[in-house]
Design a protein around this ligand. Sequence first.
Ligand SMILES: [Zn+2]
Ligand SMILES: [Zn+2]
Length: 392
Amino acid sequence: MSTLSPLALPLDAYEITELLTWRRALHAQPELSLTEHDTHAFLRAALREMGCHAETVGGTGLKVVLGQGAGPALLLRADMDALPVQEQSALPFASQRPGCMHACGHDAHMAMLLAVAKRLKVNEELLPGRIVLCFQPAEENGRGALALIGDGVLDDPPVGGALGLHVWTGLPVGTISAAPDGVMAAVGEFIITVKGRGGHGAMPHTAMDPVVAAAAVVQALQTIASRRTDPLDPVVVTVGSIHGGSAFNVIADDVVLHGTCRSFSKELSERLPDLVADIAGAAAASHGASAETVYNQHTIVLRNDRTMADLVASAASSTPGVRHVDRTMRMMGGEDMAYYLERVPGCFFFVGCGNLDGSSEPHHSPRFVIDEAGLPMGANVMLRAVANYFAG
Ligand SMILES: [Zn+2]
Ligand SMILES: [Zn+2]
């Protein structure tokens, strides 16, 4: 666009201060998935102060509709929940709640969406279409997006596109990533119970040792990635916990393995439950034991629409402070933003908030800290993308 709409002017110093004040206040009062009551009240008050009426959706979520017009609306989403992590950041505005921390940056997402909301509300008469702002609970457990969709956030008004963002400490400040197609993986969870027959640790021949069988299952599961699937179709199988036995000289009755599978294609994510169960069963059987597998599919592959990813990349390339626009980054982490993007074309993009030397702590770490200089950039990219979306 040759002339920049007032909607899309970069945030000014006052707006940036307000954004960071919101972010720090939210950071200090984190809440776990589906218990975001204080967060809900905070957001409702901030929205009310800027003249926005918020509807409650998905339990603790909020929805605001701005603008007018008959065409399809654009949905903007921020997630709200924190993690069961004891904060060790040493920040002056660190979590005041023991064992709970905004260790993924969802506090920043809410603050950026509040800044976007205020700018859009102030200029509401200039909005050429309708915007649906969604503050979504329970991203970390993968349940929030479907709850909001169930409450009709894509239907009233009808939504034709969706944008969301995630701060990312793996990218330096000044980098925005908006890749087309699949950018985040489908997430599956498995619980395998390896069943043997307990006995005396000195007389294994009189028992059926599930610990040895479980060790074989862990090894065999790795052949899913190395032998059973197309090497060009990424897959990760991780056994995150293993529990069994009670004493050094006793053979246990059973061992429970708890793990996750990540994949990038629908076909593979649909094959994985049977692959895990078959391999676990066969490996356990080779030791005379048996295995029972329960498999839960969490989120699906998150796919960015190519046109919407181009829209965000073009908005980012003209945003002050943005030095690099990446078009390729994808990762084996999962996101329930995938459920909106399964239904409407959209883009989920990443906002660099890490150190330039790559030394930042990863997400979910108790020492997770973001560089707040990335936050105005994220909000500015969102505002430009909104203006360009309706400019056609
Ligand atoms: Zn997270
Ligand atoms: Zn997150």
